[in-house]
Design a protein around this ligand. Sequence first.
Ligand code: ADP
Length: 311
Amino acid sequence: MKVGIVGAGMVGSAAGYALALNGAASRIAIVDRNRDLAVAQAQDIAHAVPFAHAATTVEAGDYDVLQDAGVVILAAGVGQKPGESRLDLLARNAEVFAQVIGAVRAAAPQAILLVATNPVDVMTHVTTRLSGLAPGRVIGSGTILDTARFRSLLAGHLGLAPHSVHGYVLGEHGDSEVLAWSSARVGSEPLASVAAQLGAAITGEVRARIDDGVRRAAYRIIAGKSATNYGIGAGLARIVRAIAQDERAVLSVSMCTDEIAGVRDVALSLPRVLGAEGIGATLVPELNPEETAALAASAGLLRETADALAI
Ligand code: ADP
C-alpha cells in the first residue's frame, strides 16, 4: 500500500522511518510546505531501506505525489508563539488543516486519514468535519502510545512480556487521560489475581508510579529533547500496518464518537478494531464508577475545546 505523509518534521519523518523499517508500506510519499525538508527526509529514509526487511520506495513532492495513497498521515503543524494561548495555537493548526485537508482529499480521495498533529483528539475532530469522511476513516493516533507505555510499565512491574499484558488508556491523549486499571488483564486473568500469584501486588504506590510514568512521559521527554518522535512514529507505523494488512487488530486510537460517558459528539480514544476500511468497531471496556467519571470528565474537556472552536 502507498502511504502519504504531510508534514516532514520530527513526527512525520519518524513515522516514515518506522514505516520503511516495518515494511507496511510499499511506497511512501512525503509532502511539506518546506519542500527541501521533505526531499531531504525522503532521501534519508530511502537510504535505510536496504537495511530493512522489505523494499519500499520513498519520494517527496507536491500534493500530487499522494495520488493512490491508501492512508495519508497528517503530521503538519505550527509551533507555539511566545505568549500564545493553547486555544490560539489550536485555531492556527485548524487553519493549517483547512488548507492541507482540501489538498489531500483532491489528490487522494480514497485515502484513510491518520491524524498525528496535537492536540490530536481535537485535530481528529477538525479533520472529520473538514474532510466530510465517515468517522471510521479519520483516525487519530490518540492514546496508542500511552497504552503501550501502560502495558510496558505494568509488564516491568510483573516481570512479564508487555505482549501478555492487556490494559488500555482511554479518553484524551493528554493530562485527563484515563488508565483503565479495573479491566487490565494478564493473558486472560484479572490483573490483581496474577499480581498476587507473582508476589508483585499492585499497591497504591505502584499504581501512582505507573500512572505518573504514563501521564508525564511526554513532558519528561520534551524536557530533554524538545520533542517526542520515535515512540509516536512507531505507533503510527503500527496503525498503518493494521490497515494495510487488514488485521482487525484492537488498538486504542481516537475517533469522533457519537456518545461516551454521557458526552455527545467528541473525538477521543477507546479500544477500536482496525482493518482495511479504517475503524470497524469500538470496544468500550467495563469500567468502575471512578473510571467512568474520569472518562466523562476527559470527554467533557474535549467537548469544551471543540465548542470553543465551534466544531
Ligand atoms: P512535530 O514535532 O509535531 O513533527 P515539526 O515542527 O517538527 O513538529 O513539524 C511540523 C511540520 O509541518 C514542519 O516541517 C512544517 O514545515 C510542516 N507544515 C506546517 N504547515 C504546513 C502546511 N500548511 N502544509 C504542509 N506542511 C506544513
